[in-house]
Design a protein around this ligand. Structure first.
Ligand SMILES: [Zn+2]
Length: 296
């Protein structure tokens, strides 16, 4: 399979979840082997999506080049990975990707509008060669070898609207659009109030997140899926795995995973040369077959 970029430039407007500021985002085709690169046009600086450029994973995934950063990139990255795009330029006039409706559905629609273009270079795949796990108390995230790209996530919250949810996702572009893309981010009212008090989450509200009080979901329209919460965790995990630099062939599993644990996982696997191998898809039959299934 060949590397892919988008066929033409596309643009959307939205607001930043944390800054509350309006932001314009333009997606441009990018050359083969260039990867995913953000451009802050307001300060004329580029920031590449690479594990060493991650500077914060507490409230959102943030990457930086020197003192210039881009925040809340995870939902866009999730859509980029799901669409099988290897090379892309993301131009922003502010420091945050627009939150849209809190899911990646708007980005998927934008990619549909842009279309994809095959490039004159072979797509690479990251083969997971041995299990790598990050644990924090009872929480864990793990990558292990496997013949398909599979994601299994479990969460448990002491909250009647969430409680225990588990989801197994066999990755493909088509399944992603049907099962994952529309799942929104979620947050608790008491945390939202705290965030505002420290000047974060200023663009957040019922139109771009599922918001819960002590007992229930506050959004009038309710949930999009009964298990929307765990589906969103899978959306986040797919975005976080963009830092591997290539789609992975293997199994991702998590219990109560987070952006932070996912970041430690990508860093850990990439620093262990026995844990992975990056191959050209066409040189490994199994990888090529899986890519054709995933990005058909
Ligand atoms: Zn998220």
């Amino acid at each position: 399979m060949k590397q892919r970029t988008i066929a033409k430039s596309v643009e959307i407007m939205g607001v930043g979840l944390h800054s509350g500021n309006p932001v314009r985002m333009r997606l441009n085709p990018a050359p083969a082997d260039s990867g995913i690169v953000f451009v802050r046009e307001d300060v004329n600086r580029q920031i590449k999506v690479a594990v060493e450029n991650v500077t914060d994973t507490r409230l959102a995934t943030v990457i930086a080049n020197g003192d210039v950063s881009v925040s809340t990139i995870e939902h866009l990255l999730s859509a980029v990975i799901a669409m099988g795009i290897d090379n892309l330029e993301v131009v922003l006039d502010s420091d945050e990707v627009p939150i849209m409706d809190g899911s990646s559905a708007s980005f998927c629609i934008l990619f549909e509008e842009a279309g994809t273009a095959d490039q004159n270079a072979v797509k690479r795949v990251l083969l997971v060669k041995k299990p790598i796990e990050i644990r924090d108390g009872g929480r864990f995230v793990r990558l292990s070898p496997g013949k398909i790209n599979e994601i299994r996530f479990e969460i448990r919250f002491d909250h009647p609207a969430i409680s225990r949810q588990e989801y197994r996702f066999v990755f493909s572009k088509e399944n992603y659009i049907k099962e994952i893309a529309r799942a929104r981010t979620f947050g608790f009212l008491k945390e939202a109030n705290y965030l505002r008090s420290i000047g974060k989450g200023l663009g957040g509200g019922l139109d771009n997140a599922v918001v819960l009080d002590e007992k229930r979901v506050l959004n009038a329209e309710g949930l999009r899926f009964a298990d929307e919460f765990v589906r969103h965790k899978i959306l986040d995990a797919i975005g976080d795995m963009a830092f591997l630099g290539a789609p992975f062939l293997g199994k991702y599993e998590a219990f109560a995973g987070s952006h932070h644990l996912n970041h430690l996982l990508t860093k850990s696997i990439l620093s262990d040369s026995e844990a992975f191998e990056i191959v050209e898809s066409e040189s490994v039959k199994e990888a090529e077959k899986e890519l054709e299934r995933v990005f058909a």
